[in-house]
Design a protein around this ligand. Sequence first.
Ligand SMILES: *[C@@H]1O[C@H](CO)[C@@H](O)[C@H](O)[C@H]1NC(C)=O
Ligand SMILES: *[C@@H]1O[C@H](CO)[C@@H](O)[C@H](O)[C@H]1NC(C)=O
Ligand SMILES: *[C@@H]1O[C@H](CO)[C@@H](O)[C@H](O)[C@H]1NC(C)=O
Ligand SMILES: *[C@@H]1O[C@H](CO)[C@@H](O)[C@H](O)[C@H]1NC(C)=O
Ligand SMILES: *[C@@H]1O[C@H](CO)[C@@H](O)[C@H](O)[C@H]1NC(C)=O
Ligand SMILES: *[C@@H]1O[C@H](CO)[C@@H](O)[C@H](O)[C@H]1NC(C)=O
Ligand SMILES: *[C@@H]1O[C@H](CO)[C@@H](O)[C@H](O)[C@H]1NC(C)=O
Length: 478
Amino acid sequence: MAVPPPSLLQSALRFLFPFLAVTQWQPPTSPWLQSPLPVHAAAAAASSLSVRDFGAAGDGLHYDTAAIQAAIDACHASAGACRVAFPPGKYLTATVRLKSGVVLDIERGATVLGGTKIGDYPAEFDRWYVILAEGASDVGITGGGVVDGQGMRFVRKFEERKNVMVSWNETGACLGDECRPRLVGFIGCTNVRVWNVSLNQPAYWCLHIVRCVNTSIHDVSIYGDFNTPNNDGIDIEDSNHTVITRCKIDTGDDAICPKTYTGPLYNLIATDCWIRTKSSAIKLGSASWFDFGGLIFDNITIVDSHRGLGVQIRDGGNANDITFSNIKITTRYYDPSWWGRAEPIYITTCPRESWSKEGAVSNIRFINITAISENGVFLSGSKGGQLSNLRFSNVNVTYKRWTSYEGGLVDYRPGCQGLVKHSMAGIIMEHIQGLEIENVNMRWANGRSWEWDNPLDFRPSTVNGISFRDFHSDLNSR
Ligand SMILES: *[C@@H]1O[C@H](CO)[C@@H](O)[C@H](O)[C@H]1NC(C)=O
Ligand SMILES: *[C@@H]1O[C@H](CO)[C@@H](O)[C@H](O)[C@H]1NC(C)=O
Ligand SMILES: *[C@@H]1O[C@H](CO)[C@@H](O)[C@H](O)[C@H]1NC(C)=O
Ligand SMILES: *[C@@H]1O[C@H](CO)[C@@H](O)[C@H](O)[C@H]1NC(C)=O
Ligand SMILES: *[C@@H]1O[C@H](CO)[C@@H](O)[C@H](O)[C@H]1NC(C)=O
Ligand SMILES: *[C@@H]1O[C@H](CO)[C@@H](O)[C@H](O)[C@H]1NC(C)=O
Ligand SMILES: *[C@@H]1O[C@H](CO)[C@@H](O)[C@H](O)[C@H]1NC(C)=O
């Protein structure tokens, strides 16, 4: 293959990962966020192997696992960057392992279909993915095609409230009702690129980034099922330097969900996304054993979701330095078996179990936010886990009821106090040290204020250092 000249390679890397030292806000206009991904030039020069040449049938009936894996292995063995091409067709497969230097090029009209039998997946349940890269570098998926987990085949009983799902727990590999395969996983990888691909109908979580460094997710659409539990969009765990741009996520469970289990998570940027979910659009946690820091969410549209922007700390990690800017939100109630109470903005930190450590949340900014929601903002720290230095600037929230689900509950789940009866308010605050409210407008629509006519609700002993500038609360208008 032709090696791209160093200058091209360098500018490609600079475009992709110029944010290594980013710990605070960079304007969304910086060129690397908007530029077409320059690595195409390098990719075009890479060698390409077709899975058809390795015997793939592409008929959606016969397993193409061996052919796909052989193509990946041959690609990996060749020197330099290499692509594995999937021409139009349906490629049924058991777990395939993506290796260093290999990018799957799933062309428009091509679908990689995940198997629906437990035997299609490795023995260890934490390796249950249709496509899995582990300990690899310079890997990715692109091409404009689809990876489909056939999630509907995992529904035992369709219910609009919440589907009842198959669980592969009878083998003892895992417990509970969350024993289903994820769709795509990158574990312990560096330089990961998932661009221009549609990830559809995962049986469980969709795109899982674990302990990775330098990940770019660009032009990715995720279509899960709106009634399927645990149909998360993108779960990012214990990873540094992640950029998500131009995503579209329409699914049942949390859409963009940073978590920490085994190490901290730093420098995540998500911009230019559209999200609908029956759970949280953006959610930090609830797995939160280590710190989160340097996160930016900008230019995001959230529609008809159960929660908008969420920080849900339960296990002792701290969340610090997070900016949410230029975001439009509508949140509404769904069945309470789903976490969420229509809060446009939701920050809670509390010990999951009585013995859990308490994590603190600090330096969180909400700038240029417009929300229409069925419930108010909920900001709740705990005794040993304060919320400090929160800032709301240019935030408009219109409160309006349009579903008939019960209001008057605050939701501390998972763990903590659970669901608690409490009158509703524009903003409920607990255990806060430092909250700046600047140019914030609250409006109540529909004259339903009898239900919640309190703009602000707090217990004085736990809330300190609140300042208001240009705060407007407009009850009963319209
Ligand atoms: C991440 O990308 C940067 C810049 O391109 C590079 O300097 C760094 O070595 C990469 N990190 C890893 C772990 O590969
Ligand atoms: C996505 O892939 C399709 C098919 O290969 C291609 O035509 C299109 O230009 C790609 N889009 C982007 C944004 O790269
Ligand atoms: C297995 O999953 C089913 C439902 O999917 C659940 O009802 C049951 O409690 C689970 N059993 C175990 C042992 O986890
Ligand atoms: C992310 O960065 C932190 C701080 O430098 C480090 O402790 C952690 O190991 C890094 N994570 C990975 C996956 O490299
Ligand atoms: C915001 O994101 C949308 C895609 O969701 C994009 O079309 C639009 O150009 C972005 N706006 C700015 C100012 O970047
Ligand atoms: C909030 O509402 C005011 C007054 O209607 C408007 O001027 C301003 O642009 C709005 N800001 C946002 C962020 O929606
Ligand atoms: C907020 O919106 C204003 C007006 O549209 C814009 O000038 C400003 O740059 C935005 N702030 C951020 C942090 O994006």
